[in-house]
Write a protein that binds this ligand. Structure first.
Ligand SMILES: [Fe+2]
Length: 344
């Protein structure tokens, strides 16, 4: 197993790996049968036609409340987990728009500072960001293209210092690739490490909201473990597709869900998402119903508390005053900055 992969019962190892590198692959958490069941539930959910966050879905809530997952989330984040509606399902019966248009831009998700809700969040020396995204991928990315690319350790580095490359200023060295016509090209190599996550069905992929990552990692046939910068990868994928292993067949079906620990940095992230939703819409999903008391109780029984900021932003916009007042009374913030409760 690679340094980045751990077994499900190695909780200390998972935590250490996630904190050291900004991500961890938990190998074989789900059986093949469980993977089939989950994908069937996704197919049912997809038939609704309207997307909703996973906690709001009676089909998929049991997936994200699975004790096997929560045990790992607790090991990473402590006893009290926070859910704030940052979840999504990618599902296609066959490879289509999702599979063929991966977001090949290196970025970190964490945003929000006390002074500016839109600014990128940087760690103090040694500070661990207490929010993770969990990903269940239903295809094999050990041999195929299309998985997650990460920059190991980039969660410790300031975003301004890290500078995702523009032009070639952040590149050094070159990686030689032979072309079918007998000639060769040299690919600029980034100044920092990149890694294409080799996950296979059954694995749980965990990454910090602060680690740099991009989707649709392309695996070179000549050197499948050489992780290319996504800016270059995207051009080469289009101009020389035969150099790469293809995407696996079938939809790029995935489930993504965030859990965090209460704290200032996640408070700012939650509010950034809520204010963005309020100001410009653009949510990943269309419907949020996890303020339903039945769901709140079910999650609370597993040690999960809810943040409703995103639902509040929608209620505020839609002038659903009754719902908004109820949410305001039940929304426990972790900092006073940029409060959507106070503003509404
Ligand atoms: Fe992202």
């Amino acid at each position: 197993m690679s340094d980045y992969a751990k077994r499900p019962d190695d909780l200390d190892g998972i935590k250490q790996t996630a904190e050291k590198y900004g991500f961890c692959i938990v190998k074989g958490l789900f059986s093949a049968e469980r993977m089939r069941e989950m994908e069937a539930l996704m197919a049912e959910e997809w038939k609704r036609g309207t997307s909703r966050d996973l906690m709001s879905s009676d089909q998929l809530r049991p997936v994200i409340l699975d004790d096997k997952i929560l045990r790992i989330a607790n090991a990473l984040l402590g006893k009290e987990l926070v859910y704030y509606g940052e979840t999504s399902m990618n599902y296609e019966p066959e490879a289509g728009k999702i599979a063929n248009n991966p977001f090949r831009t290196l970025h970190a998700d964490a945003r929000g500072t006390p002074g500016d809700i839109n600014k990128t969040w940087d760690p103090a020396p040694g500070q661990v960001y207490r929010g993770y995204r969990f990903g269940i991928y239903f295809r094999d990315y050990t041999r195929y293209s299309g998985g997650l690319k990460v920059a190991p350790g980039s969660h410790h580095v300031g975003q301004t210092k890290f500078k995702p490359p523009r032009g070639l200023r952040n590149f050094f060295g070159k990686h030689r690739v032979d072309l079918p016509d007998g000639s060769s090209i040299k690919i600029p190599t980034a100044t920092y490490e990149l890694y294409d996550i080799a996950s296979e069905p059954g694995d749980l992929v965990i990454f910090s909201l602060r680690v740099f990552h991009s989707a649709g990692a392309a695996r070179l046939k000549q050197n499948p473990t050489y992780a290319m910068h996504p800016a270059i990868e995207n051009d080469l994928w289009k101009s020389q597709p035969d150099l790469f292993h293809p995407y696996p067949s079938g939809g790029r079906n995935t489930l993504f869900f965030d859990y965090a620990a209460p704290g200032e940095e996640i408070d700012l992230y939650i509010k950034w998402r809520a204010w963005r939703s309020y100001n410009s819409g653009g949510d990943n999903v269309e419907e949020f119903n996890f303020d339903d008391e039945r769901i709140v109780r079910e999650a609370a029984a597993k040690g999960i508390s809810m943040r409703f900021d995103k639902i509040m932003a929608k209620a505020l916009k839609a002038k659903q005053n009754e719902r908004l007042e109820k949410l305001k009374a039940n929304n426990r913030e972790f900092s006073n900055y940029h409060s959507i409760t106070a503003a509404s």
